[in-house]
Design a protein around this ligand. Structure first.
Ligand code: ADP
Ligand code: MG
Length: 165
């Protein structure tokens, strides 16, 4: 499985990686962020959402209490001349305990339209989607260092079929 790995030494560097990831995202896509508390999932999301031009970094905060934050991109890159909006969802499943909890989040709506869905703690639920899925693992690497590993996956963990070698 092709994986890309980066080591960052500050939250600013992690945000910069998030912006690089954003440049490659195109709806619909699911971004799964795995890693311990404090490993930098929300920090990386600041870079992704800011890179998508959906919000300022400081307006991207942990969805610990609301569990889902919704953003919009007006006329996303590559959308052509027709004006349209793409939604970006930032979800935190840390507190999700059961299926009823998950249903109450309205994630099905998010997954029924072509959007960009970024999920912290995806291990707390099994997602069934045909959407392209990017899995990103963040690990503490001593002090302010974080190791960020990016894998291109399908929902079930199988490598996504490539159209080119
Ligand atoms: P998570 O969402 O995984 O719980 P956060 O992004 O909320 O983690 O928090 C990461 C914390 O670690 C922040 O306080 C951030 O400033 C700090 N930090 C220190 N070094 C880094 C780094 N290299 N990358 C990301 N965050 C870092
Ligand atoms: Mg977080």
């Amino acid at each position: 499985m092709p994986a890309q790995e980066f080591v960052t030494c500050s939250s600013e560097e992690t945000i910069a990686i998030g912006r690089e990831i954003a440049a490659k995202l195109c709806a619909p896509v699911l971004v799964l962020l795995k890693g311990d508390l404090g490993s930098g999932k929300t920090t990386l999301t600041k870079g992704i959402i800011n890179g998508l031009r959906a919000a300022r970094e400081e307006d991207v905060t942990s969805p610990t209490f609301n569990l889902v934050h919704e953003f919009r991109i007006q006329n996303p890159a590559g959308s052509g001349a027709m004006p349209h909006t793409c939604k970006v969802y930032h979800v935190d499943l840390y507190r999700i305990e059961n299926f009823q909890d998950l249903e109450s989040l309205g994630l099905e709506d998010a997954l029924s339209e072509k959007s960009i869905v970024i999920i912290e703690w995806p291990e707390h639920f099994t997602f069934r989607t045909e959407w392209p899925t990017l899995e990103i693992r963040l690990n503490h690497d001593g002090g302010d260092s974080r190791r960020i590993i990016i894998c291109d996956l399908k929902f079930d963990g199988e490598p996504r079929k490539k159209t080119h070698p």
